[in-house]
Design a protein around this ligand. Structure first.
Ligand code: NAD
Length: 294
């Protein structure tokens, strides 16, 4: 991408009303972040329990801010009311930007994106928070691919400052600009990147995980590697970070990277990450990964 994120912003449309599809780990976090910074957001899921969980998490994060004296209780109620949970597409006609954050399955994403494209206005920007699916591939079934791009947040959304805005071959400058401006309004730092496996961050991160995996396959102690990387100055080591990301998620992403860059990323035999998944050590999500969690 030749232009910087800020150069696209000149063509940005205003996002007065946003929507997020999926109220899971990422969708809930995106709803909280948008609401917290003042942009009303519809949070749509297919399960009532997911909506309840998403709201509960948002309430918890707002309550923490109240505890720390950063937010009054009235303000908390006002910001929380910026999130409108819904099981229907009723109000999608008035949405300026949609972030799709449903399960990482291309067929489900295709179905959801084409469905929502038929309900929103002609100028509504559609984005996907996918980590591994090509933006050009998702654009294929859309009638207005120029209004579509990637908007890739990192977990946990409220803490991770970066957002990758992924420009597909057909994405217009205006759609990129609107997405960049919305990320900025959410208090994030957007970067505009081209569509490729791993986008930018995971292209750097996964060779690092691969290097770590090789080290422990050769007998290194994962806790010592973590300590060394912490002493090096990183906030956490690779084993702990893999526990946070989730071993199954990491395995899937490393397979996508290996397919995209076979000469650099493909490996013979089972990697340490694969062995962890085989042993149901998925990380923090199921209470046991490299480390054990309560
Ligand atoms: P999740 O499983 O926690 O949440 C997915 C939610 O989507 C669920 O609540 C599910 O009920 C809902 N859903 C499924 N079908 C739907 C539909 N048709 N309409 C509306 N909602 C529907 O998943 P997640 O971890 O939040 O991941 C969501 C997306 O974000 C994936 O594409 C993933 O690759 C991406 N992502 C995840 C992370 C991460 O660390 N978890 C980081 C960056 C990006």
């Amino acid at each position: 991408v030749k232009k910087k994120a800020s150069q696209y912003e000149k063509q940005a449309g205003k996002v007065a009303q946003a929507a997020v599809l999926g109220a899971g780990i990422m969708g809930g976090g995106i709803a909280y972040q948008s609401a917290s910074k003042g942009t009303p957001i519809l949070m749509k899921d297919i399960k009532e329990e997911a909506l309840e969980l998403g709201l509960k998490e948002a309430r918890k994060l707002f309550a923490k801010q109240v505890e720390r004296g950063k937010l009054g209780t009235d303000e908390m109620a006002e910001r929380l009311s910026n999130i409108r949970p819904t099981l229907s597409y009723g109000d999608f006609g008035h949405v300026d930007l949609v972030v799709e954050a449903v399960v990482e399955n291309p067929k489900v994403k295709d179905a959801v994106l084409t469905e929502v494209e038929g309900l929103v206005g002609e100028d509504t920007v559609l984005t996907s928070n996918t980590s591994t699916i090509s933006i050009n591939r998702l654009a294929q079934n859309l009638k207005r691919p120029e209004n579509f791009c990637g908007m890739h947040f990192f977990n946990p959304v409220h803490r991770m400052p970066l957002v990758e805005v992924i420009r597909g071959e057909k994405t217009s400058d205006a759609a990129v600009g609107t997405t960049v401006a919305y990320a900025r309004a959410m208090g994030k730092t957007p970067i505009v990147v081209n569509d490729c496996p791993g986008f930018l961050v995971n292209r750097v991160l996964f060779p690092y995980f691969g290097g770590f995996s090789l080290l422990i396959e050769q007998g290194a102690d994962f806790q010592r590697v973590d300590k060394v990387m912490e002493k090096f100055g990183w906030p956490m080591g690779p084993a702990y970070l893999l526990d946070v990301v989730g071993m199954d998620t990491a395995l899937h992403a490393s397979e996508v990277m290996a397919e995209g860059f076979p000469e650099r990323m493909a490996r013979e035999g089972k990697t340490a990450i694969q062995v962890m998944v085989d042993n149901d050590r998925l990380g923090q999500k199921n209470g046991r990964g490299f480390y054990a969690y309560e």
